[in-house]
Design a protein around this ligand. Structure first.
Ligand code: T46
Length: 132
């Protein structure tokens, strides 16, 4: 198994009322959190198909499940994400694709920088060139 997927277990507090998961900058999230976004209402489609030049993210499937594909230009791997307290740390130079969303899927993403379209590499050949 490669080390493409860096899983982070966040602190969980379970009691008879349910589950609470805590995400804290510089604790289980290893950066300053500048942006939070989530994906929901996901259709039978695919998303992602890009890499970032300078962005670190933690991605959590907080409800349901989906398939995350990571590709560093040499190795490509798929994993099913379905655990609300286990995130994946995605650093620079990593092509990502998302698919197979369950109807109830909700994905939470914590990002190290504000949104910047210029940070995206949306062409796979350009991505391969950038990781050479
Ligand atoms: C990523 C994966 C996991 C904004 O205006 N602000 C934002 O913070 C984001 C994330 C997106 N947008 C706009 C840009 C597009 O017009 O929302 C639209 C959809 O974004 P995109 O097609 O990039 O969505 P995904 O699901 O393909 O990718 C997103 C993130 O963009 C990306 O950084 O790593 O989720």
């Amino acid at each position: 198994m490669s080390d493409l997927f860096k899983f982070i277990k966040h602190p969980e507090f379970v009691d008879d009322r349910g589950l609470l998961v805590s995400l804290e900058a510089h604790k289980s999230v290893p950066f300053d959190i500048q942006r939070v976004y989530f994906l929901t209402n996901l259709k039978d489609s695919k998303r992602g198909f890009h890499a970032h030049r300078d962005l670190t993210q933690v991605l959590l499937c907080i409800k349901g499940s989906f398939t995350l594909t990571l590709d560093n230009g040499r190795i490509r791997e798929d994993r099913t994400l379905d655990n609300p307290s286990t995130g994946v740390l995605i650093t620079n130079s990593m092509w990502r694709e998302m698919s197979n969303f369950s109807p109830d899927c909700v994905i939470l993403v914590l990002a190290s920088r504000h949104y910047d379209e210029n940070d995206y590499i949306r062409n796979y050949d350009d991505f391969l060139e950038s990781v050479k």
